[in-house]
Design a protein around this ligand. Structure first.
Ligand SMILES: Nc1ncnc2c1ncn2[C@@H]1O[C@H](COP(=O)(O)OP(=O)(O)OP(=O)(O)O)[C@@H](O)[C@H]1O
Ligand SMILES: [Mg+2]
Length: 271
């Protein structure tokens, strides 16, 4: 493996949502602070959209870490392609419900809502805040599921919401929500992530290398425009190219990664 060769403690370009590696570009920082604002100021619901691979799931995991478990009880739903009953069940279980019946009947919907409401009231009594984060929310096509999510937001006291709901998804999520006026009205904060600029791509690469234990540059200046163009500024693709480049450079015993290595890697990725 190339770790020793490049003086790294761990792999710098893994496609995993590890908050330690978060590079806070202006847009990531703004998106994160808006999501935190929805939760900390009890604004009800917030939405984050962005193209695939731009950092939404990573921000969800960063939120979990930022909010911590002392005060916040958080249900992170990763795969919301569920029926409304399954979704409510998943939320209830992740918020700590126990003794839920397994049979999916309509009676169960009310039972689940009662159970979630009970958890919300208990959390309130204990001074805990409840947060539901739905990642990949754009895959929800079932109107019943959207209705249940909207109804969850009706759990509120006169002066504040009993839970915060964060919806994360690809750009089509925005259209889905815009077509759902009652839900749209409840979403107080919206933000979006775009691809990284060339300058941010350069800082992004440096940042991830530094977290992985390498202070000195590895990628020459000339590689940045190539990586940016090939990746479209999408972090997941930047990771892929940079990881392959480190591997190729290691094979050649190179001192740094230059344009030639990047071009070879790009050819390899296209094949
Ligand atoms: N700002 C960032 N700093 C560091 N790494 C990032 C950043 N944004 C994205 N990444 C990395 O890029 C990869 C893809 O990010 P992520 O999975 O969060 O994208 P996504 O927006 O959820 O994509 P999808 O819509 O396909 O689910 C992850 O491995 C993540 O670590
Ligand atoms: Mg994701």
């Amino acid at each position: 493996m190339y770790l020793n060769f490049w003086g790294l403690k761990e792999k710098p370009f893994e496609n995993t949502p590890d908050p330690r590696f978060l590079y806070c570009s202006l847009q990531h920082e703004e998106a994160l602070s808006r999501l935190l604002y929805v939760v900390r100021e009890r604004k009800g619901a917030g939405m984050l959209t962005g193209v695939f691979g731009c950092g939404k799931t990573l921000l969800a995991h960063t939120l979990l870490r930022e909010l911590g478990s002392d005060i916040y009880r958080i249900a992170l739903i990763n795969n919301p392609k569920l029926s409304h009953i399954e979704l409510l069940m998943d939320i209830a279980l992740k918020l700590g419900a126990s003794n839920l019946p397994a049979r999916k009947t309509d009676v169960l919907t009310n039972l689940l809502l009662d159970s979630i409401n009970e958890i919300l009231q208990d959390n309130l009594k204990d001074g805990k805040e409840t947060v539901i984060i739905i990642d990949e929310a754009h895959v929800i096509k079932d109107e019943d599921v959207w209705d249940e999510l909207r109804l969850l937001l009706n759990f509120q006291l006169e002066d504040k919401f009993l839970l915060s709901l964060l919806l994360l998804g690809q750009p089509e999520l925005r259209k889905i929500i815009e077509a759902n006026k009652p839900l749209l009205q409840r979403i107080t904060i919206k933000s979006r992530l775009e691809s990284l600029s060339e300058t941010d791509t350069s800082f992004y690469i440096l940042h991830r290398l530094k977290i992985a234990g390498r202070e000195k540059e590895i990628f020459t200046k000339g590689t940045i425009p190539l990586i940016h163009k090939q990746s479209g500024g999408i972090p997941r693709r930047i990771n892929q190219i940079c990881d392959m480049a480190l591997f190729a450079g290691f094979g050649k015993k190179a001192k740094s990664i230059d344009e030639k290595i990047i071009q070879e890697v790009m050819k390899g990725l296209e094949e």
